[in-house]
Design a protein around this ligand. Sequence first.
Ligand SMILES: [Zn+2]
Length: 289
Amino acid sequence: MPELPDIRIYVNRINKAVAGCSLEAFKLHHPFVLRTVTPSPDQFLDKKVIDVHRLGKRVVLQFDNELYIVIHLMVSGRLRFHPKEKKPNKRLILATLQFSSGTIHFTEASKKRRASIHLADESSIHDHQRSGIDATSCSFEDFCNALKSKNRTIKRALCDPSIIDGIGNAYSDEILHHAQMAPFKTTQRMSLQELKRVYESARQQLDYWTTFLDEKLGDNFPDKVTAFHPEMAAHGRFGKPCPRCGKPIQRVRYATNELNYCPICQTDGKLLSDRSLARLLKDSWPKKV
Ligand SMILES: [Zn+2]
């Protein structure tokens, strides 16, 4: 699923592509994608985009009539921009936003149909603010309060959008590896120094990966958004050498997820068994994005 660095890149590229441009056509190819009744899509026609920003993991297009299009990609939603007219892939397309500068295609490569569009005005846009904090801009105090509000494993807490919004399985693996922190440590038992390490690693890693993705793309719009990069230290690197100590990265598998960690750098050499950790995380593994 797209996480905060991916969303930041989308926001940046959509801003470059359509800011200052008018929406010429707004087509919803599947009625379920639109989850709101008012305002209506017609109210956006011929209006100009004045800003593109994000609310947690949602991409928000703000128009000059104080209306907003809020796009939530969930797991499989993706955005593409085509400066010239291009026929959408009928099987995947959810919506088309045609601007004077080109067309945004909103697609979803899954039959689960979780990706969504909400249309909002000045009052309802606030409903899209999630309770989770933004790790890249919050204070250390707010970070500690959020993490300690529920006694969860640090892995789970980082992935819970009601605690911290924007981090998923991939970047939580990278953050914990960078902080040399055991994924199963529970937040209320973490010392201030340990929390500080995770706080600083979260900011460092999310910024590092945003810059990395930005430079890798150059002037291009992201075509393929993936949670796996060969340059990552732990995530998706099972059996590969840890870049810090050289020992193989390990994994813990769940029904649909896998976490990766380095036993030397993160767990005092302990190998976490799938079963014991799965039991520990059983009730608290994130079920929703
Ligand atoms: Zn290591």
